[in-house]
Write a protein that binds this ligand. Sequence first.
Ligand code: URA
Length: 262
Amino acid sequence: MKPFTSMQSTSKPQHVKRLLQADRLFGMTSVPTPSVLRMPAGGGATVAGGSSKGASIGAVSVESKRMQLDVLDREHVKGCKKCRLCEGRTNTVFGDGDANARLMFIGEGPGFDEDKQGVPFVGRAGQLLNKMIAAMGLTREEVYICNIVKCRPPNNRDPAADEVIACTPYLHEQVRIVEPEVIVALGSPASKLLLDTQTSIGRLRGQFHDYHYTNLSGEVSSISLMPTYHPAYLLRSPHEKKKTWDDLQMVMKLMGLPLPQR
Ligand code: URA
């Protein structure tokens, strides 16, 4: 039975479904105990603090964020020729999701499917990322997803240093505009780039770090960043899924999202 595709039952409360989904996705085999089947006080699972930020943050409205992202994409990224990756691309892959998201996922770069569709994380790794997001009680539309580089490296090779340097200003601008509460860096390249470190992903993950940036008011500020394993790596090494789920639960806690109850 494929995880997340056959949860047909409508009789289980939402929080129980989520727990079962998380167990299957992250390779845990626990059978739900009766306490799991109890509704949390106050009824079904709700997203504490809301799933997206308010209609406006200070002077920056959601509409303004959407427009800024749109301008960055249309006027800068779509026609970008700053590095050789433009030569082989079908589409640039800018970003996807809520311009005002509380949570941002950052991967490495588009693969075959992303290049064809112009949307990040739509291939196999993307399917797994969608399930990870659902296990957190969120939808893809409620978060923001993007990559370090916006064009597909040939044969899915790692982006070269000069390609990353050329493309990174777009990513920093996306973070400045969306200004999420938390960033999840997917995999080693995104984690090392955003934290400006050579420390391995195995040592970085499992704790929050500070991503420093200059906000739209020109002040130096920081965003909590959780490095974790890339979904493509998890497809090859499913035994690491449990660690990723631990990381994501730390993110949920920080954001005030309800954890699936055991
Ligand atoms: N891997 C990534 O890092 N990004 C994508 O968009 C797809 C796969």
